[in-house]
Design a protein around this ligand. Structure first.
Ligand code: SF4
Length: 302
């Protein structure tokens, strides 16, 4: 090895004397000793073996808490906080994301947004991907299969990962808290391993809020598409009371889907009546299931 290094250096010195303009480049070549080449290759192999760490950033309480913990050094660094934007989140979520992205990035959290959005015209058609409530003549009903999480969130995130992971395995952090443990699910692809740092820390959603308050950080609104049939009564009521374009958009989708899948009528609300007619102050609120806990895969709403 020493003989090879000496020979390379001697050879480069001679070339540098003959071609002074190439001297800089020859310095670089001279630095490529066999030991260094081996070390570079070892480093490359180590990098390829190390998982790429990503956080699924939905901009809700739990995933934002994780991002903020990374930003403040309470969790180890990640490669990227990846947000799959459905383009149908509430205005409050977009405002929050706008305000806090630069705060995260200034503290070393790389925020990337991907999107494979579906326009309202398709959501309100027979091709709808949302899990709308169904009703037939007898008024007993079920729900359509939920395809939106897969198409609007999981698919664009995986497309981005495949383009950027350079064959590395992926460790995907998901912001599921201790009070939602039933939503934990293993990944359905080999190259991704799910990790739930809030479960490891035994933190509930309320613990996240306490943590954010302690660090004087704002509390994000619940993240979800404005027309999501998994909204609980409180979310619908708040949207109705605000009466802004989020509510109008939800009403629009509710009306548009009604008859697109005969013989069923479709509704956004589990009462299976038009959203505009739901009485959000009735006793039904007390009996309504928390559908996020029952149905969601863990990508939406965190
Ligand atoms: S928030 Fe609701 S409507 Fe939006 S992608 Fe998730 S499950 Fe579907």
């Amino acid at each position: 090895m020493t003989w090879i290094n000496d020979t390379t250096e001697r050879h480069n010195r001679k070339l540098a004397q003959r071609f002074p303009l190439l001297a800089d480049q020859l310095d670089v070549i001279g630095a490529w000793t066999p030991e260094k080449v081996l070390e570079d290759e070892r480093r490359t192999v180590r990098r390829l073996m190390e998982p790429m760490k990503i956080l699924s950033l939905g901009w809700g309480v739990q995933s934002f808490t994780l991002a903020a913990m990374v930003a403040l050094g309470e969790l180890e660094p990640i490669d990227v906080a990846l947000h799959a934007d459905t383009t149908h989140e509430a205005n409050g979520t977009y405002n929050f994301a706008r305000n806090l992205t630069s705060w995260l990035e200034a503290r070393g959290v790389n925020v990337v947004t991907v999107s494979d959005a579906q326009p309202l015209a398709i959501i309100g058609s027979a091709k709808t991907d949302i899990p709308a409530f169904t009703v037939t003549g007898s008024r007993s009903g079920g729900m359509l299969r939920r395809q939106c999480t897969g198409s609007w969130k999981i698919a664009p995130m995986r497309k981005w990962l495949q383009a950027h992971r350079e064959c590395r395995p992926v460790e995907q952090w998901i912001g599921i808290s201790l009070d939602e443990v039933q939503r934990m699910k293993d990944s359905d692809v080999k190259y991704i391993t799910h990790r739930w740092p809030l479960i490891e820390k035994r933190m509930t959603r309320n613990d996240c809020i306490t943590w954010l308050n302690r660090h004087r950080l704002p509390i994000p609104p619940k993240s979800a598409c404005v027309f999501c049939p998994f909204h609980d009564m409180a979310a619908w009521r708040e949207m109705q009371r605000n009466g802004d374009d989020d509510w109008q958009k939800a009403i629009e989708v509710d009306e548009a889907i009604r008859t697109v899948r005969p013989p069923y009528d479709l509704f956004l609300h589990p009462a299976r009546i038009p959203l505009a007619e739901v009485d959000f102050s009735t006793a039904e609120e007390r009996g309504q299931l928390r559908l996020w806990n029952e149905e969601c895969s863990g990508i939406c709403g965190v």
